[in-house]
Design a protein around this ligand. Structure first.
Ligand SMILES: O=C(O)CCC(=O)C(=O)O
Ligand SMILES: [Fe+2]
Length: 249
């Protein structure tokens, strides 16, 4: 689990006191075709920590997005991270876009699957939807995201700029993979390192999530986040859309 101090964290960039700098939202392609929610399922990879949904996005939709996302002004990570931040070597585009977050939540099976979870306490509170802070990552050959913990962040839902926003916090990270070995991407697996059950016991083996086109992975973050990393890409490109699950604060 994330130690209380001295951890290598991936923080949400601080917003300025005068409010976030608004850039126009991209003209995102329509979010179709997608499969109906009743043909999707939430699979537990590690109880209370990692769940996945295969084919949350169809391969057609993923391919459409990868070609669109290429047109965005992605910025390469500065080589040296700020003190305490994880080394992330990739190209990234970030935007505060509550409308896209709402579409990703409602126009796919995600909202229905989460609402139907047997143990609603799993999500850490009353689920509201996805964080408007949308991050797009492209990892090319040689790029990776070093071991780190993801922070929980306090946010306003649906967003700081809307009139009826409610206080919320993020509890789980969402990673949506758009590429895999099928599209020519090798490496890039997300690997989690569970803590040993006690100090005297050996740590359980790492949990490796192989890339799968359209697979959504959710993992618990904040105080109970597991150490994890995005392995180096050794061939092709890995594309990921990142957001977080938000619950009422
Ligand atoms: O790209 C990955 O596999 C991991 C990304 C990640 O850990 C993050 O966005 O915090
Ligand atoms: Fe992370």
């Amino acid at each position: 689990m994330a130690p209380k101090s001295k951890s290598t964290k991936q923080k949400q960039p601080a917003k300025s006191t005068t409010g976030p700098i608004q850039q126009p939202a991209p003209n995102w392609p329509p979010m179709n075709p997608v499969l109906p929610a009743d043909s999707l399922s939430l699979e537990t990879v590690l109880p209370n920590q990692i769940v996945t949904i295969s084919n949350l996005w169809t391969s057609t939709l993923c391919a459409k997005y990868v070609s669109f996302l290429r047109s965005l002004p992605l910025a390469t990570t500065p080589g040296i991270p700020k003190k305490g931040d994880a080394v992330r070597v990739n190209d990234r585009f970030q935007i505060e876009d509550p409308i896209f977050a709402e579409r990703l939540w409602s126009e796919t099976g995600l909202k229905d699957l989460i609402a139907a979870t047997e143990d609603p306490k799993l999500w850490g509170g009353e689920v509201l939807g996805l964080n408007a802070n949308i991050r797009i990552y492209r990892y090319s050959k040689g790029q990776f995201f070093d071991q780190h913990y993801d922070d929980s962040n306090n946010v306003l839902f649906p967003s700081a700029t809307s009139d009826n926003a409610v206080p919320a916090k993020t509890t789980w990270t969402l990673l949506l993979y758009l590429t895999s070995p099928v599209t020519g991407c090798k490496g890039g697996e997300t690997v989690f390192y569970p803590d040993p059950p006690s100090r005297r016991e050996a740590p359980p083996p790492p949990v490796v999530t192989n890339l799968e086109v359209g697979l959504a992975l959710l993992h618990r973050h904040g105080r109970d986040c597991m150490l994890h990393e995005g392995k180096e890409v050794t061939e092709g490109e890995k594309w990921v859309i990142r957001s977080d699950l938000c619950v009422k604060r």
